[in-house]
Design a protein around this ligand. Structure first.
Ligand code: CTP
Ligand code: MG
Length: 228
């Protein structure tokens, strides 16, 4: 089967505090952005990559794509102030399709097997997102005081990729835009349409590189992969 993938890459990386978009930081010999792009470049199911970028970073990214032989990028629309708007600008570029995946460019350790499980689940069921089970004891806290201990067996930490039938995501985005609704991920937009979103159990390695500690973790993952 085939899918298109949207990679929002137009953030600022404020929490990383590197003074630039964190996607340009190196992990081993390559930037985070290239690590992520290569996973999809090498996946035969991936038909096209749609990359949301900042206008000021467009040239640097074009040069990186050239250097690393990334050929599947079909469009690089300008991202928005919010991640949701960056994803939306890519949806407009795709125009129409069957299965679309949304994946944070800041998650370079995603594997082809999880991607394929998600694409197949979206084809069969309409919507599926990657997630891992919560590991710690979870409590709901208000004003510094525990209100309750939440049953951990029902709690999942949600990642990307998030995979959808194209029309489901398009309709959910249009509705969110109409209602001025801003979600923290695409799943939330589809959930509020009353659709069931399924979980594909992913890996704890599929971290979003967000703060400095994540770079250490990222280097460790790469070292382990090279070693193994
Ligand atoms: N992103 C985007 N457009 C935005 C904001 C974020 O395309 N307006 C992208 C980021 O580049 C990243 C992904 O969405 O690949 C996930 O966002 P996040 O991890 O929050 O990255 P940043 O927004 O760059 O980081 P921060 O929130 O710390 O500023
Ligand atoms: Mg952000």
């Amino acid at each position: 089967m085939q899918y298109d993938v949207i990679l929002p890459a137009a953030g600022s990386g404020k929490r990383m505090g590197a003074g630039k978009n964190k996607l340009f930081l190196q992990l081993k010999e390559k930037t985070i952005l290239i690590h992520t792009l290569q996973v999809f470049e090498e996946d035969s199911w991936c038909r096209g990559i749609y990359l949301a970028v900042k206008d000021t970073e467009r040239e640097v990214i074009e040069a990186l794509l050239q250097t690393h032989g990334i050929t599947k990028v079909k469009a690089m629309p300008t991202g928005g102030d919010e991640r949701q708007h960056s994803v939306q600008s890519c949806m407009k570029e795709i125009g129409q399709g069957e299965i679309v995946l949304v994946h944070d460019a800041a998650r370079p350790f995603i594997t082809q097997s999880i991607i394929h499980e998600l694409a197949e689940a979206a084809l069969e069921k309409g919507a599926a997102v990657a997630g891992v089970r919560a590991k710690d004891t979870m409590k709901r806290v208000e004003a510094g005081v525990i209100q309750e201990t939440v049953d951990r067996s029902t709690l999942w930490m949600i990642q990307t990729p998030q995979a959808f039938r194209f029309d489901w995501l398009k309709e959910a985005e249009d509705a969110a835009e109409r209602d001025d609704f801003l979600g923290t991920d695409e799943s939330m937009l589809v959930e509020r349409q009353g659709q069931s979103v399924h979980i594909v159990e992913s890996s704890y390695e599929n971290v979003k590189i967000t703060t400095k500690e994540d770079l250490v973790f990222g280097e460790a993952i790469l070292n382990q992969r090279i070693g193994g």
